[in-house]
Design a binder for this molecule. Structure first.
Ligand SMILES: NC(=O)c1ccc[n+]([C@@H]2O[C@H](COP(=O)([O-])OP(=O)(O)OC[C@H]3O[C@@H](n4cnc5c(N)ncnc54)[C@H](OP(=O)(O)O)[C@@H]3O)[C@@H](O)[C@H]2O)c1
Length: 216
């Protein structure tokens, strides 16, 4: 399984403002780039909090979608499935929907596949096995720092795409690119810079994440 992440961050590493209102992160060019990236994978995965913020379909660009011979998946990881999508998401036939959840979930008000993990905190390896069972070979994580931290802690992220946006957000407790409990010095994920590009005031970074066994 190839695991990628893509996040737009402020210069100070934050991923949303306290009031969750504009200025949103990422320009039109960044959004186009995001759709191109989606075209390189089989699925987009987000957490419940991110989906509640953007309850819409995550689609690749039209060319990539037209070339696909396998379904394109939108996956939400959520403990209770307390999510209400926009009608356009429910009606969207070009994606297959999957909810990875726990026994406490409430039945969502739309047609979707549901996979229930017996644990309250779904293990990221279990998430990837659920994807593999469906023939999904690559996934793009478009979640916030909570889920990305869990995938990094499990050493399961292969590549990270980061857009540095020309704004500052601040805030001691603001969500950031990687949240969770934080890594100890000997466990910090290390990365190799593959590509850097600037378009106007935005900077696009593409990193490979070093696998721990290969570098320690
Ligand atoms: N700038 C960007 O590129 C970008 C990208 C994505 C998100 N964001 C922002 O990030 C914010 C959300 O970030 P976040 O890190 O708090 O949320 P997130 O990515 O949605 O992940 C957290 C949510 O995922 C579910 N979850 C996480 N780990 C789980 C586990 N092990 N087992 C079961 N469920 C699990 C839970 O959903 P439930 O609460 O439903 O149980 C949890 O609330 C949003 O406000 C959004 O604006 C920004």
């Amino acid at each position: 399984m190839r695991v990628l992440s893509n996040t737009a961050i402020s210069l100070d590493g934050r991923i949303h403002t306290r009031d969750e209102r504009p200025p949103v992160l990422g320009s039109r060019h960044d959004l186009r780039r995001m759709r191109v990236l989606r075209g390189q994978v089989d699925a987009v995965l987000v957490g419940g909090a991110t989906f509640r913020r953007w309850p819409i379909a995550a689609l690749p660009d039209e060319d990539a979608l037209a070339r696909r011979t396998q379904p394109f998946w939108n996956i939400v990881v959520t403990r209770r499935a307390d999510i209400v999508p926009k009608p356009a998401f429910i009606a969207e036939q070009r994606i297959k929907k999957l909810i990875l959840t726990t026994p406490q979930y409430k039945t969502p008000p739309f047609e979707t596949e549901i996979d229930v993990c017996p644990q309250e905190d779904i293990d990221v390896k279990w998430m990837l096995r659920a994807l593999e069972r469906r023939g999904i070979g690559s996934v793009l994580i478009e979640a916030g720092g909570d889920l990305i931290a869990q995938f990094l802690a499990a050493d399961l992220v292969d590549e990270m795409f980061v857009t540095i946006c020309p704004i500052l957000i601040g805030g001691k407790n603001s969500a950031s690119l990687v949240d969770g409990g934080g890594f100890l010095a000997e466990q910090v994920p290390k990365l190799t810079l593959q590509h850097i590009e600037r378009v106007e005031d935005e900077v696009y970074l593409h990193y490979f994440v070093k696998k721990r066994q290969s570098d320690r």
